[in-house]
Design a protein around this ligand. Structure first.
Ligand SMILES: Nc1ncnc2c1ncn2[C@@H]1O[C@H](COP(=O)(O)OP(=O)(O)O)[C@@H](O)[C@H]1O
Ligand SMILES: [Mg+2]
Length: 309
């Protein structure tokens, strides 16, 4: 569906995309996950031929993507990061306008607009102008405008930023439904939980470059951390922390005054050894729990910094 090779985009001295590569297959919900400024929006705008780039090749549907490739554009839906609707048109008229860019037949279009209204849960707001909508409903309108013509390939750029949890769930469920009905999805976000919940494959990016790509399981298997252990503790003397760091299979350990956090390798017996050490040293501890690593741990281990803002 999408093939991007060696894409370079500069804004003056700043390299926003640095030999960026991407392959998306038909039927995927592909996530681009990266901190703010990592180049997600720039990559999307280049793929859509909305932005000129310095170098590289972009093919969509097996054809080179150019500003005049209307055959490909017809099959694409775009939901931009910044809401782009007409303030003077109602909810219904906005969806009808964007759908009308692709669908001429009035009767067919009416059906599609009604379906998009239902899809976004906006039936009761059809006569509202955008100014009267809450932030979450406005985002849903933005999405309805982008998908009403039933595109095969849908780009969604951070569609859940600053929306209430109810709209967020509506949006995420809606995206899954579009995918079940056959659309291939490109989804950008800086929220790792969302990407993990939604996407079949994920590319983690930073500074305009691919850091790693795979399913969430594959990404987590790329790092040394296989398990994160947390122990609630009131106090932990420095020498004992040093001793914990020397336990077999411990990658790193820290204490923040309330809890001990330890990253261990997969399938290790470090947890038992650590709890034994604490007990032998007369330390009383509260809750103990173990969790698998997150995509933040993947980002942290590869780049040395946190994904979270
Ligand atoms: N029009 C522009 N002019 C100059 N720099 C820009 C412009 N748009 C984006 N950038 C810069 O390019 C980098 C990538 O931005 P962007 O693609 O918006 O990242 P993301 O979508 O991941 O937050 C950032 O450093 C950003 O400041
Ligand atoms: Mg962006």
């Amino acid at each position: 569906m999408i093939e991007v090779k060696n894409l370079v985009k500069r804004y003056g001295d700043l390299i926003a995309l640095d030999h960026f590569n991407l392959n998306v297959r038909s039927g995927e919900i592909f996530g681009l996950l990266g901190p703010n400024g990592s180049g997600k929006t720039t990559a999307i705008n280049c793929m859509l031929s909305l932005l000129k780039y310095d170098k590289g090749e972009i093919r969509l549907f097996g054809e080179p993507m150019t500003p005049n490739n209307y055959r490909s554009k017809q099959k694409i839906g775009v939901v931009m990061q910044n809401v782009a609707v007409f303030n003077e048109l109602t909810v219904y008229e906005n969806i009808d306008y964007f759908c009308g860019l692709y669908v001429n037949d009035k009767r067919k279009r009416k059906e599609l607009v009604e379906e998009a209204l239902r899809f976004a849960g906006l039936e009761d707001f059809r006569k509202f102008i955008p100014k009267k909508l809450s932030g979450g409903l406005l985002r849903r309108l933005n999405i309805a405008c982008g998908i009403a013509h039933k595109p095969e390939l849908i780009f969604l750029d951070e569609p859940t930023v600053a929306v209430d949890p109810q709209s967020r769930n509506n949006i995420l469920e809606g995206i899954k439904k579009l995918n079940r009905e056959g659309a291939t999805i490109i989804y950008t976000s800086h929220y790792m939980e969302e990407v993990e919940q939604l996407c079949t494959r994920i590319m983690i990016m930073d500074k305009g470059k691919e850091i790693a790509t795979g399913t969430k399981e594959e990404l987590k298997a790329m790092i040394r951390t296989g398990e994160k252990l947390t122990v609630e503790l009131f106090d932990l003397p420095e020498p004992l922390l040093s001793e914990i760091r020397r336990v077999k299979d411990v990658i790193q350990a820290s204490f923040d005054g309330e809890k001990l956090s330890v990253n261990c390798k997969t399938g290790s017996h470090a947890m038992i050894s650590i709890l034994d050490l604490l007990r032998q040293n007369g330390m009383h501890f509260g809750r103990v729990y173990s969790e698998p690593p997150t995509l933040n741990d993947v980002f942290l281990e590869i780049t040395g910094k946190q994904l979270r803002d």
